[in-house]
Design a protein around this ligand. Sequence first.
Ligand SMILES: Nc1ncnc2c1ncn2[C@@H]1O[C@H](COP(=O)(O)OP(=O)(O)OP(=O)(O)O)[C@@H](O)[C@H]1O
Length: 858
Amino acid sequence: MTWRTELERAAARLREAGGSADRAERLLAASASLLAADDTERRRADLVARLRTAAAAAATGWLGDDLAAAPTDTPLWTDEPASAGLRVGTALLDGPEDDGAPAFPAVAGLLGKGHLVCDGDAADPRVAGMIQSLLVRVTAAHPNLELSLVDGVTLGQVFAPATALVDAGIAQPVATDHLALGRLLTAAEKRLTELRDVAARGQSIADRPYHLIVIAGLPPEVGKSMRERLAALAHAGPAARCHLVLCGWRNTPHREALPAIEHATYLACDEETARLGTLPLPVRLDAPPTPALARAVFGARARQRREAGELSVADLVPAELWTASSRDGLTTVIGRDQAGASTGGDVEVSFDDATPHWLIGGRTGGGKTVFLLDVLYGLATRYSPDELELYLLDFKEGVSFTEFTPSGLDPSWIPHVRAVGVESDREYGVAVLGALRAELSRRAGLMKRAGATRLARLRELRPEVRLPRIVAVVDEFHVLFAGNDRLAGEAVAHLEELARKGRSYGVHLVLASQTISGIEALYSKKDSIFGQFPLRVALPGAKHLLDEGNDAADGIGVGQAVLNDAGGIRGRNRTCRFPDASSAEDLLAQLRHRLWERRGSDDEPVVFRGFDEQHLTGDPSFAALRATHAPRALLGRAVDVRMSTVGYQFDRSPGRHLAVLGTSIVAADVLAAAALSLGRQHEPGSVVFEVAATAAGAEEIAAAVAQSLAAEGHECRAPQPGSILAGPREKPTYLVWFGADGADGQPAALRRLLLHGPADGVHLLGWWRGARRFLDDIGGSTGRESCAGVVALNIAANDLAAITGGYDRSWEARANRCLVIDRHAGTETLAVPYVRPGRLDEGLEDGAAEPLRGEAAR
Ligand SMILES: Nc1ncnc2c1ncn2[C@@H]1O[C@H](COP(=O)(O)OP(=O)(O)OP(=O)(O)O)[C@@H](O)[C@H]1O
């Protein structure tokens, strides 16, 4: 081969490597005249020098310099390189370079250009050295790079210096077998499809990181299909910023020929020499960089990535609070896209016409609570309480939303929050949804009267009406459907209505679930509900949340989410990282205080904590009691949106008595609260309280009640067993009877009192431990009307049905709940009964369930 041909080819290689085509052209033109001259030796050296310069232009600095000469403190690049060439070794013109033979850098086009394919693998120290130096070069040169590493021949040894990159998330852990390689390819294919979809929508992908897959050697089990997948990836890769360094790619006898790798520069290594592409010169592959240089480059890049990658909740918060208008929707920043990359763009999520409701799924520990915190703080800092209201319901055991509510330690709260349910009852959930539905109707009425069809228009027409957008978050919403009973039916009906109409009226739902069944429950209710949730947020472990065949969430880790704004269809995924709010307690507390200090009203959110005790003295209604002609015994707090006080009114109509039923000692507490609250509603001396204690264990409570009433100036008596019902009573009297079972042996006297007492102002408040006993005492089912008030504690549904005659009831006795029935008013209210402070803890300390304490007292 002539010198001219060699030079032409060398220049052609350089041109291929990219970035230096014009220089190579000039070089070729110059070479023609040079070769015509006599002094060939000198001119050869001269030409090589020029080739060297051209190569240096194709692969500059970190990409082309001799690494052996690079000081360890050479700064890493902060901007993407302009050229695609990468030095892999040194092309030698005429024998070893050491002997003074002319040489110039051998450059291949990689990131932004194509792939490098080598028939040797990392078991060959020359190839291993080249791979290691190549890794240092790309890492130092590309600030925004994702790496996947495969080593099926030295079990990851070749990548050992790059461990820092794995730790920082720049590189995935090294895949050393065909299964791991399979997973890696799946992820790469998915990424590729995603980017292709983005590009197909006309959006630029130029700011996305390059994905470089470095295969130091193929695992031995790799078969035909995986080789074909590699070839397909190589075919489509460069258009989606995916490139391969593929070593160990050689045909072996008795196996099918390898598929062709497109866009590749081939590096052929035989025992003696290596050759790059069609360059007819031997290439000495780059030696491994010094350990000190590798450490410096990988360490510095890892550090940078960690620092840049540390997303904080502060990144989600605007510089100025409460400046946004929710007229057309709500939008907040949730994190950054490009999982694992350092310079991702902000990712926004919205409640608007396109995505009025969201569905969030992920396994337990998948980051759901953190994601919700990020969203809620993002919204609460952008929109004032006049623009946004929040209703937060959590059905699981935990403390997800207590963050937003006042506590003993921190009296502040987030002023947008109207109601919070922690470990809520389904009844509470249904009540909140019902209240939201009522708000929907109210807004519908307003719109109709104003002649508006959109919330934005209504706000313009009626500026004086407060019309914030409402976001209701229901965590573990599937609990609402458990049981498939009346409540479940109501929950579905509410959700359906809210989901269907919420868009128009500015009421938005966020449903979250950690179970597949949660999502399935929704799906099976009605397709229409599921379809009303266009924004899907898939966290790690999410199942059935995205469309079948859309497995974008399969490979994500904690702190990442796949957002899909089109009901889960493929091609609309956006993977993002969101900050860990759970590790930013101080920052959140500061934010909460700033928001709280700006509050326009002192209305605290209503907090319903399913496990909290309710105390009579803690209820503002009790403090507000005054003497009245229509006294109302206070019994507990309703499981409703406002946690209203539940009472039972006493008047002179027949049957106005109250029976508290159940073996639980809580019954005694309820009775005590009823008596004390009545005491507040009568002038001292106007009524008599007769406090009888015939139930073992209740004496102390009865004595305390009598003492408190007496301290308020009331006349108190303590009738003795045998004469409890005896009378006569000259004054209006409340007979407060702890242990009325058996009616003191005088059922006839009891029935007389029940029937005629109220007309004379005589009322019974009695605790019966046995429901059947009570029914017998009042004269069986015919006597039902003579005691209109019943507080059911731990009694069975069928016993309660026998007492009230309502056989369709679904009462389920449980700790810390009672059902308050007023037969005259036709109401049944689920409530948290008032207890003596510490009552529930006593039950727990004893190791016994709370209802059993009453059994002990019997
Ligand atoms: N964005 C994040 N970055 C880093 N770590 C995170 C991130 N989000 C969550 N985590 C970690 O995961 C843990 C679990 O998150 P989180 O409590 O949100 O999960 P969850 O899905 O709500 O789980 P569960 O339903 O069991 O409560 C957090 O304590 C935190 O350490």
